[in-house]
Design a protein around this ligand. Structure first.
Ligand code: UD1
Ligand code: CA
Length: 457
């Protein structure tokens, strides 16, 4: 059935209740915009057949998802969820599917299973929607059922009138709808903004469909907390906690040894192989990937980094956009920045910073060093306090260090400069000229020993 269904996400609202200048769907959960989670839940069923209505901060929202260019519909004025649907309608119809699944963009906990449930239980309905029975119906739209439990309408909390609509049942609208385009389309012009908010409500389509003799189905998902919308900061933080736990427990079930799991944060795009060991207070975000038997120790922050098998990250490291090869050892207290590449078995120790630099197989930079725009050959040893001076205030320059070189402690390598293979740099040197292979360079003031008592000899 899902081949004949497209999806539409409503994401144009400002999210006033978030008390933030950022569009609500770009508020982050585990380092990713809320909207990403909705895409991930819809993708298994709808592939790329997903459109999104944007409005408040539209440019920012579109820019956050560059690979989805062409799938956005602009709702210039946000006149309500029904209006958002009206604005997108022509694009939906042009897609050629028989049905459209419409979902609120502020529902990041939604799962592919929940979406699937609505499509499979909708039967032959012209309009089906998902309902839930949360502990507190709060500001959700109330589902009104009549004789034989047939749905009559969804009435927004603000507009609910006990005298007219009867006692509240606790069943509310989750904000996910499945619409048959041919029969629901003609109802769109019938939406009126005659309510407490002065908005066009998508939920009014339910009452209109019933009045027009269409088949309407409310599919109950019980107390499913995954369908709660996010409207304020505390709901966002609660959703983040739920997702964090869901992701961490998922990895534990797949054989990732996560110690002290309540303190570990893993983003939704991170991949971790079974056999990896993660200790407490580690945060892993972005497009990170961790291969089997790697070990990540406590108090480490990782984003967009790759760790090959059997590498070890010791405590207190900050790692961003780096590739740590197999059997490498990093830290404690190391900082790997964008483009840091560690080849097999290399080591980076305490208070070492690397940026756009490669450390060859088995090479070592164990203490107090900055390697920027540098290429270090296999087996080289970078002494404590070595600095690549890669920046002259305007441009960046490269430092090349050959295989098997030995850089003595407290050396400044003023780039562009090349240290040859098996060359040696004496401690305390400031190197400004290339050093040939197998040569020794010494570049420091000569030591003079002066007699402290200034006695004549
Ligand atoms: C909506 C439903 C309510 C339901 C609840 C579930 C309506 C009228 N009410 O209420 O029945 O219980 O969701 O979470 O639909 N949006 C637009 N354009 C607009 C207005 C909103 O795209 O002009 C988007 C928002 O960005 C948001 C979604 O629609 O992602 C829902 O809007 P929101 O204002 O959060 O609706 P609720 O009051 O939560
Ligand atoms: Ca909402």
């Amino acid at each position: 059935m899902s081949n004949t269904i497209s999806a539409l996400i409503l994401a144009a609202g400002k999210g006033t209740r978030m008390i933030s200048s950022r569009p609500k769907v770009l508020q982050t959960i585990l380092g990713e915009p809320m909207l990403l989670y909705v895409y991930r839940a819809l993708e298994p069923l709808f592939g790329r057949n997903i459109n999104t209505v944007v409005g408040f901060g539209a440019e920012q929202v579109e820019a956050a998802f560059p690979d989805r260019a062409g799938t956005f519909v602009l709702q210039e004025e946000q006149l309500g969820t029904g209006h958002a649907l009206q604005v997108a309608w022509d694009k939906i119809v042009a897609g050629g599917a028989e049905y459209c699944m419409v979902i609120n963009g502020d529902t990041p906990l939604v799962t592919a299973e929940a979406v699937e449930k609505l499509t499979s239980r909708a039967g032959k309905a012209d309009l089906a929607f998902m309902s839930i029975n949360p502990p507190d119906p709060g500001a959700f739209g109330r589902v009104v059922r009549g004789d034989g439990q047939h749905v009559r309408a969804i009435v927004e909390a603000k507009d609910y009138d006990l005298a007219v609509h009867g006692p509240v049942t606790g069943e509310v609208n989750a904000g996910i709808y499945l619409l048959r385009l041919s029969t629901v389309g003609p109802l769109l012009d019938g939406l009126r903004a005659e309510n407490k908010s002065g908005e066009y409500y998508i939920t009014d389509l339910v009452g209109l469909a019933v009045e027009n003799g269409l088949k309407v189905e409310g599919v109950s998902s019980g107390a499913d907390v995954n369908l709660m919308g996010i409207n304020n900061p505390s709901e966002l933080i609660a959703a983040e906690q739920t997702l964090r736990k869901r992701i961490v427990e998922g990895f534990i079930d797949q054989g990732v040894m996560i110690h002290n799991p309540d303190t570990v944060i893993i983003g939704p795009r991170v991949s971790i192989e079974p056999g990896v060991e993660v200790f407490g207070h580690v945060e892993i975000y972005g497009e990170s990937s961790i291969k089997s038997e790697a070990a990540l120790n406590s108090y480490t922050y990782i984003i967009d980094a790759v760790f090959d098998s059997k590498c070890v990250v010791r405590q207190f490291c900050h790692i961003e956009g780096a590739h740590v090869g197999p059997e490498c050892v990093v830290g404690p207290y190391a900082r790997l920045r964008q483009g840091a590449v560690l080849k097999r078995g290399s080591r980076v120790g305490n208070f070492v910073e690397m940026k756009k630099s490669e450390l060859g197989e088995g090479a070592k930079a164990n203490h107090l060093t900055y390697l920027g725009d540098a290429e270090v050959g296999a087996g080289s040893n970078i002494g404590a306090g070595t600095i690549t001076c890669n920046y002259d205030g305007r441009n960046k320059f490269k430092t090349t260090i050959g295989e098997g070189a030995f850089i003595g402690s407290n050396t400044a390598l003023v780039a562009p400069v090349t240290v040859g293979k098996d060359a040696l740099v004496a401690a305390g040197s400031t190197i400004t000229k290339n050093i040939p292979d197998e040569w020794t360079a010494i570049a420091r003031g000569k030591q003079s020993n002066l007699d402290r008592k200034m006695k004549k000899s």
